[in-house]
Design a protein around this ligand. Structure first.
Ligand SMILES: Nc1ncnc2c1ncn2[C@@H]1O[C@H](COP(=O)(O)OP(=O)(O)OP(=O)(O)O)[C@@H](O)[C@H]1O
Ligand SMILES: [Mg+2]
Length: 470
């Protein structure tokens, strides 16, 4: 359950929200409190200064005592009201209270006595009636000695304001917290719903309905690339499945012909009594057809191993000239039989490749060059190097291949119609050729003029560190 994206998102969001909001509230509370206290302090300072200035002036006029009397009795406004929350008092050096604002004396109260110094001392203390007050204390020199002036303002209302701020926050905060939590829960649920339907759709795709695609419309932006890539992968799988099916059906079709030939030979021969020679002849034909079948089966096996990548290519340094000499030797009897001359020219070209694989490539191409040639024709093989590639050119004087067939001849089981009557073949040779060349990082080109001949050019990249063959 704790592995759910939805739960993780909600928990993370709420944890971050809690931290940020709680921090913000505490910061605001502290800031507000210090703002209010600073304002009170400013007010007290100006009050204290006014009092001290007044006393200095009165002292200059020799009326200090009279002023003490006046200040204790005749004050007006906020100081005239009993315990109004605004107070002052003046204390002599020996700690005697000389002046008390009427707001204090009327309530028979006094401010807490604090030893004054020449710098202002601000503090929050319990004032008259145990109400919290902000108080400033400071001493000033006078002819009768140093006098300590004290002024205090109630900050009860400030505390009430702060506590109502705290109460409001305590109510609003959990409400916002719950609303946001629910919001995240609903939004993630909504987003993840598309993921759920996406997963459901993927689960429904089997080899039976590989043609179906995940609908990309209506998906959230984050899921759309996933759907696009998934659809591309489905396309590839579908292509690969249908190629496999096609291959299987083509292979069965290709094998059915020789099987039918063998069956009809056997049926006809066994239809009546035959001479030993007849049986020999039939067995010879059956043997030839079986050879053809073996050929097809071997090629199918090579293709399936190439497809499944179970052919273990061992890249070593090989000289293509050596390979072409081997191919030449191997194929010469067939060429002589068809009265086709093979000529090999060029210089050594060392590449990094699989000897067996490359021999298979050139055997197939040269075999075709002889098979689709005319009697007394020729095949010219040339090995060279050209802009970073080893190039093997195989040029024949055969029947040629029409331009529109150039790509198709590399398809599996594809044979050009004109060649069908002339020769036997499975149409697999060139598809094997191309797969092996591709796996060597090379490519194959074709040029042909029907009725005149065909030239195949195979390019295999030269190794970056050119050296001798091992
Ligand atoms: N040198 C060539 N000249 C003319 N046609 C060619 C030549 N090489 C290939 N082709 C055409 O391309 C087709 C495919 O060649 P590929 O080698 O794949 O098959 P195949 O020769 O028919 O059979 P396989 O090689 O499997 O026995 C051939 O059937 C032929 O029609
Ligand atoms: Mg061939």
């Amino acid at each position: 359950m704790f592995n759910s994206i939805k739960l993780k998102l909600v928990v993370w969001f709420l944890a971050v929200f809690l931290l940020v909001f709680a921090g913000l509230e505490i910061f605001l509370y502290v800031k507000l409190e210090s703002l209010i206290v600073n304002l009170a302090d400013e007010h007290l300072t100006s009050e204290l200064e006014t009092l001290a200035n007044l006393m200095t002036v009165e002292e200059a006029h020799g009326q200090l005592e009279t002023e003490f009397e006046e200040l204790s009795t005749a004050a007006t406004g906020m100081y005239a009201e009993k315990l109004s929350g605004h107070y002052y008092q003046i204390i002599s050096t020996d700690g005697k209270v000389l002046v008390r604002s009427p707001s204090l004396s009327l309530g028979n109260a006094s401010l807490p006595l604090i030893q004054g110094s020449t710098t202002a001392d601000y503090r929050t203390v319990a004032g008259p009636g145990d109400t919290p007050i902000r108080m400033v204390t400071q001493s000033f020199p006078f002819s009768i000695g140093s006098l300590t002036f004290q002024a205090g303002d109630s900050i009860e209302e400030t505390y009430e304001l702060l506590s109502s701020f705290r109460n409001i926050v305590l109510v609003i905060f959990p409400l916002i917290f719950i609303m946001c939590g629910l919001g995240v829960f609903v939004v993630t649920g909504w987003v993840l719903r598309s993921l759920k339907s996406f997963t459901l759709k993927i689960g429904q795709i089997t080899e039976e309905n590989l043609n179906e695609r995940i609908p990309e419309e209506g998906l959230v932006d984050e899921l759309r690339p996933l759907a696009v890539n998934f659809n591309v992968m489905l396309g590839r799988l579908e292509g690969s499945f249908s190629r496999q099916k096609q291959f299987l059906s083509d292979a069965s079709h290709e094998l059915r012909t020789p099987t039918s030939i063998i069956k009809s030979f056997c049926d006809v021969t066994l239809g009546r009594e035959r001479t030993a020679n007849d049986y020999k002849e039939t067995l010879k034909k059956v043997g030839e057809t079986v050879n053809r079948m073996c050929d097809i089966i071997n090629r199918i096996l090579v293709i399936s191993r190439l497809d499944n990548k179970t052919i273990d290519f061992k890249p070593v340094r090989v000289d293509l000239m050596d390979i072409m000499r081997d191919v030449h030797r191997l194929i010469e009897p067939a060429a002589e039989h068809k009265d086709v001359a093979i000529r090999l020219s060029g210089a050594g070209a060392v590449v990094k490749g699989d000897r067996e694989g490359l021999t298979e490539v050139f055997t197939n191409i040269v075999e075709n060059a002889i098979k689709y040639n005319r009697p007394k024709g020729s095949v010219n093989i040339h090995v060279s190097e050209e802009s970073g590639n080893a190039v093997v050119t195989i040029e024949d004087t055969g029947i040629g291949i029409p331009k529109e067939e150039h790509e198709k001849i590399f398809d599996r089981f594809y044979r050009v119609d004109t060649s069908r009557g002339l020769t036997v073949g499975s149409g697999l040779g060139l598809s094997i050729v191309r797969t092996i060349i591709d796996s060597h990082g090379g490519h194959i080109d074709i040029e042909s003029t029907p009725g005149e001949g065909t030239t195949f050019r195979v390019y295999i990249p030269l190794p970056s560190d050119k050296g001798g063959a091992r």
